[in-house]
Design a binder for this molecule. Structure first.
Ligand code: MG
Length: 340
């Protein structure tokens, strides 16, 4: 069954589109696209600086205040694997007032049954699982074959659904594998259908290495929908490693995708480090869509301010283009006010 929130947003977009065609102004403020914010988890786990739990909590609250409604706040992996997120329990406990709100979805990434148990113990209602579309990346990253991953996820996703959780299933390396190069779309289709049949509510297609291009995005989305994957259950997690994230997002939008992942100010991965993640910047996505008249529900200035807050905590410049524009225009304002 389609997750009710996703279906509602897809319908809301359609209604607004029809209203515009008929010359009527849209009468509701339902966002037409959904921006899924990954900075507290995917962003910070790829930064060398470990941000204190209280600053992570402050970041999440700033994102919520900007209007972000889906935030991946942490990961329940072994603390020794990812020391940047070792404070998952503290962060979650400090956000209890937010994740019980019906208009917000706070998500945690979980690697296995143990991680799921920790998420359930913390009363989290939204979890994300992960595996790769390519066999070699799955083996290198998760030390198991894709079939073994699906078998493990059958138990994890089944248990999560029985516990009333919403489940997002990440599929990495859909648009290219650092070991294998091209990834067979047939494999992406088969794994997506497997994950949906296990109970996943949403498939997040990851361009892990930023190798994707807009033509490929169109082809992958069309082939998936032709194979029976509802477009409202597809999310795109694009990376800007080669400067193609926004173009890929726009291509996805034009073939009906309405959920896009972003990391405020493009946080996640040092530009000088091998394996830099290069997350699409959520402020870039919001600016793009709002400029097109596609409502995101997010206030760009407040989102950009959250990015400035994070850049200060990390002590390094962040790569997002809107973020840099915002920093420049803020300092212009300062200069003008000083000269006035
Ligand atoms: Mg990422």
């Amino acid at each position: 069954m389609t997750h009710p929130n996703l279906r509602f947003q897809a319908r809301g977009h359609y209604e607004r589109h029809v209203a515009k065609l008929h010359g009527a102004l849209p009468t509701d403020s339902t966002p037409a696209v959904r921006i899924y914010e990954v900075s507290p988890r995917d962003g910070l786990q790829n930064e060398s600086v470990i941000v204190p739990a209280e600053d992570k909590v402050a970041l999440v609250r700033r994102l919520v205040a900007a209007g972000v409604r889906d935030i991946e706040v942490t990961s329940f992996v072994k603390p020794s694997w990812i020391p940047q997120l070792a404070d998952a329990k503290t962060v979650i406990a400090s956000l209890r007032d937010l994740y019980t709100r019906d208009d917000l979805r706070l998500w945690a990434l979980i690697p296995n049954r143990r991680g799921l148990e920790r998420a359930i113990d913390a009363d989290l209602r939204h979890i994300a699982t992960f595996m790769s579309a390519s066999e070699t990346h799955n083996k290198k990253n998760l030390n198991r074959t894709r079939r073994e991953s699906i078998t493990g996820l059958a138990e994890v996703i089944g248990t999560a659904k029985e516990s009333g959780q919403t489940v997002r299933a990440y599929l990495s390396t859909v648009f290219g594998c650092p070991y294998e190069g091209d990834v067979n779309i047939e494999d992406t289709i088969a794994l997506s259908l497997d994950l949906l049949s296990l109970g996943a509510d949403e498939i997040a297609l990851g361009d892990t290495t930023g190798m994707g291009n807009p033509g490929q995005v169109v082809e992958v989305v069309r082939r998936l929908t032709d194979a029976g994957v509802p477009v409202e259950r597809i999310a795109l997690h694009m990376h800007d490693t080669r400067g193609t994230a926004l173009a890929n997002v726009l291509a996805g939008y034009q073939v009906g995708v309405r959920t896009f992942d972003g990391s405020v100010a493009g946080v996640g991965g040092c530009p000088y480090a091998k394996g830099a993640s290069g997350n699409a910047a959520s402020d870039d996505l919001v600016n793009l869509f709002e400029a097109m008249g596609v409502h995101t529900g997010i206030q760009i200035d407040r989102l950009a301010a959250a990015g400035v807050f994070l850049a200060e905590r990390l002590g390094r410049p962040l790569p997002g283009r809107y973020h840099q524009f915002h920093m420049g225009s803020s300092s212009d304002d300062d200069a003008q006010s000083q000269s006035a």
